[in-house]
Design a protein around this ligand. Structure first.
Ligand code: PEP
Ligand code: MG
Length: 761
């Protein structure tokens, strides 16, 4: 049975078209259980009930047409109870509901199992047969196992807005509300632009076609769609492009004539290959022919063939072309928004970001925060592909997305946005003022930096220093390691801009989710792998170049250079890194460049370092907590995985206890202590950290003035009282609720953004 199961799952997962997958699945299950009917019901996109999504054995014309209300019939019962129902004679069950159109009247035996994903019922799998029969336990277990495996694919298909969930007589959801995670604060109201991953011809596997006719039909549909696109393009460019240039598009159309590329692809399909594989082969053959030509013009034509191939593939995979024009207030929506996608849109057009993947701690979210663009991450249920051109509201404070909002919700959010803008102006007046509490306690408010453009943003908001320079960010945009001179120039630019303020340079922190294209690291478990200091200690040549560049960049400046070491998990690592910094210092002095000795600090982001904080504090000049990673490692929650993002709790009592432990160690050794994780940039986090005695809060420039406002409007004595209460709490939920309530009590609600309250549909 295990083998059958594996084969079924593999077959289904490999199929690109979800509707075809579930149809196949139904047929497989029917065969495997030797029964007469297998049907798959899926929760409809409007949440109105369970929609017949596939069947083998019942009337297939009713697929997409029959909708059972939530509690209706045996299917509804399975869904409501979220457990299997195994009946010898279904019609005698009180919940039996007869649907004449689908032809299930003669069936007695019924076994239904729910399709569950993250505790939510996404659908119901049903097998039936005429003869009364009680499916045995092994059969029930088989179906439960299959359903559990299917659940991920269903959730994914739902997330990408597969039409299979759409009840034929309903239009797209009006005033939809979808939950994700707060990615970057702010409210964005604008027009959805859906970003797709680019169709990748090279990634298409070879596979035998099951049904030649349907592969041929798929090819015809895709080719016709591309021909239409090209005709449209010709029409729209008719007036602006000269005839000779337009001829290129005519050539494209000719290549798509039946006798040309499609003819060859059809041949491959007849040989038994599936449509996508046949397309890849034929395009490859043709481009090869062009690539070996001497004439550079003809050689270039290979690119045209490839481009055509990608366009056809995109239709086969239902991915549409990337766009080049963006509406004002573009709300970027996509399955997995990448930093590159953010970069593709002119900043002044970008009004918000919604990603189905990722979480508030992904680097894309950090990037959005740095750019001041509201973002929601991990909005798994959002029908992204239906949102092209639709009006979308992004509430990056609370992780809410509203699609095609009602006039009432729109008015409300416009008002909230307006209030935010007024408050932002008020915050501007704090730029030059210090971060001092009402009873005179001062904290340093520094910035995390890495992107170009961060300097101006940070200085504009009155940053008093750099608490974290993510040096890997500029490394990422290159195609080789930057030279010492290149690094020196870049670092110097920052140090000069911040002179005489202190600058904390973190040594290269690659690995985990931060890859360099020219230094690939392939690992099963990258966050627990070769990351941060582990990489640079294994590659002293990279480390030494970087440290030398930092030292030289600081030459002649008054600002203090602080070098901070990431991912330290033992004293040995710290001592070895310190040894290398000493070596680099001596080398630079020997070269005759006059530089100051830097301060050397540890980034506390691994639980081991919390327990050794006192020892580390004795040997380091300063310490700073990287609470993003510390939370990830303490709670064993991948900071990028939306499936567990609700377990990533920055104010989990264990995290708070660890932060306090580090503070105590730093105070006992009288070492300066900072924090540069995202927690420092939240008003509630800043209050607790200030109460614990963190001297430096380093954050995205976007948060700086908001945090300063909180600090200036609270007394440290009140903050300490809050901390004392929090330290006695058992759960993150309790902590969050208390902090919220107490901040309101202390008159700080202004800094806590209001949320849309209009009745949800
Ligand atoms: C952290 O882990 O908190 C941190 C500041 O580093 P990064 O987010 O770059 O991993
Ligand atoms: Mg980190």
């Amino acid at each position: 049975m295990l083998n059958t199961l594996r084969k079924i799952v593999q077959d289904v997962v490999q199929e690109g078209d979800f509707a075809v997958s579930v149809k196949r699945l139904a047929a497989h299950i029917k065969d495997a259980l030797g029964t007469e009917v297998c049907s798959i019901y899926l929760s409809s996109s409007t949440d109105a009930g369970y929609l017949l999504a596939a069947t083998d054995g019942l009337n297939t014309h009713q697929v997409g047409e029959v909708l059972l209300a939530r509690g209706q019939g045996l299917v509804g019962l399975v869904g409501r109870r979220a457990e299997p129902l195994n009946l010898e004679s279904a019609p005698s069950h009180p919940n039996f509901h007869f649907v004449p159109e689908i032809g299930e009247e003669p069936f007695n035996a019924f076994l239904g199992v729910p399709i569950l994903h993250q505790g939510r019922v996404l659908g119901v799998l049903v097998v039936q047969q005429r003869e009364p029969r009680k499916f045995d336990e092994a059969e029930e277990a088989f179906l439960v196992t299959l359903s559990a495996q299917l659940a991920t694919s269903v959730a994914h298909a739902e997330a990408v807005g597969s039409s299979i969930f759409a009840y034929s007589s309903l239009s797209p959801v009006e005033d939809g509300h979808f939950k994700g995670f707060a990615g970057a604060p702010g409210i964005g109201i604008g027009t959805g632009v859906v970003m797709h991953p680019i169709a990748d011809l090279d990634a298409v596997p070879s596979r035998r076609a099951k049904d030649t006719a349907s592969e041929l039909a798929q090819l015809d549909r895709a080719v016709e769609a591309v021909r239409n696109d090209i005709r449209g393009l010709i029409a729209s460019l008719q007036t602006s492009l000269p005839r000779e240039e337009l001829a290129l598009f005519d050539a494209y159309l000719h290549m798509l004539d039946d006798g040309a590329l499609p003819g060859d692809i059809r041949e491959e399909i007849h040989q038994g290959e599936w449509a996508q594989g046949a397309l890849r082969r034929v395009i490859r053959q043709h481009t090869r022919r062009f690539e070996v030509m001497d004439d550079p013009y003809l050689r270039e034509r290979g690119t045209d063939v490839k481009d055509l191939g990608v366009r056809v593939l995109a239709y086969m995979q239902r991915i549409r072309e990337q766009r080049s024009q963006y509406p004002e207030n573009t709300i970027l929506v996509g399955e997995e928004i990448t930093p590159a996608m953010l970069g593709a849109i002119p900043a002044e057009r970008l009004g918000g970001v919604v990603s189905l993947g990722g979480s508030g701690n992904s680097h894309v979210a950090i990037l959005a925060r740095a750019m001041g663009v509201p973002a929601v991450m991990g909005a798994l249920d959002l029908p992204a592909y239906e949102l092209e051109g639709a009006e979308v509201i992004v509430d990056g404070h609370y992780g809410d997305v509203y699609t095609r909002p009602s006039p009432a919700r729109l008015t409300e959010n416009r008002l909230l946005l307006q209030q935010e803008q007024v408050f932002a102006e008020e915050l501007n007046d704090l730029k030059e003022l210090p971060g001092v509490t009402r009873d005179g306690w001062q904290v340093q408010l520094w910035v995390n930096i890495g992107l170009s453009g961060d300097i101006t943003r940070s200085l504009d908001r009155g940053a008093e220093g750099i608490g974290l320079f993510r040096t890997e960010v500029p490394f990422m945009s290159k195609d080789r390691f930057p030279t010492e001179q290149e690094q020196r120039t870049l670092y110097r630019e920052h140090m000069e801009a911040f002179e005489p303020r202190p600058v904390t340079m973190r040594t290269l922190d690659i690995g985990g989710d931060k890859a360099l294209s020219y230094f690939p690291i392939q690992e099963e478990n990258p966050f627990l792998g070769w990351r941060g200091i582990r990489v640079t200690l294994d590659h002293p040549e990279i480390f030494l170049v970087q440290v030398r560049a930092m030292l030289k960049a600081n030459a002649g400046l008054r600002g203090i250079l602080r070098i901070m070491l990431p991912m330290i998990s033992s004293l040995i690592e710290f001592r070895r890194a310190k040894g290398l910094i000493d070596q680099a210092y001596s080398e630079v002095i020997e070269e005759g460049v006059e530089v100051k000795r830097p301060e050397i600090g540890v980034l506390i982001e691994v639980p081991a370092a919390v327990y050794q904080a006192r020892l580390l504090a004795k040997e380091a000049d300063f310490m700073a907590v990287g609470s993003n990673d510390l939370t990830q490692y303490l709670l064993a929650v991948d900071r990028n995985n939306p499936r567990v993002a609700d377990l990533y709790q920055e104010v989990h009592p264990a995290v708070i206890a660890a932060l306090r432990e580090v503070a105590r160690a730093a105070h006992a050794e009288e070492r300066p202590l900072g924090i540069c994780g995202e927690l420092a940039g939240t008003p509630a986090g800043a209050i607790l950290l200030m109460a614990m005695g963190y001297h430096v809060l380093s954050m995205n420039a976007t948060h700086l003035l908001r945090v300063k406002w909180v600090i200036r409007n609270i007394k440290r004595s009140d903050a300490r009282r809050m901390l004392a209460r929090v330290l006695r709490m058992d759960t993150a939920e309790e902590v969050t609720a208390f902090l919220h309530k107490d901040m309101v009590r202390l008159g700080l609600s202004k800094v806590m953004p209001a949320r849309s309250t209009t009745q949800l549909h």
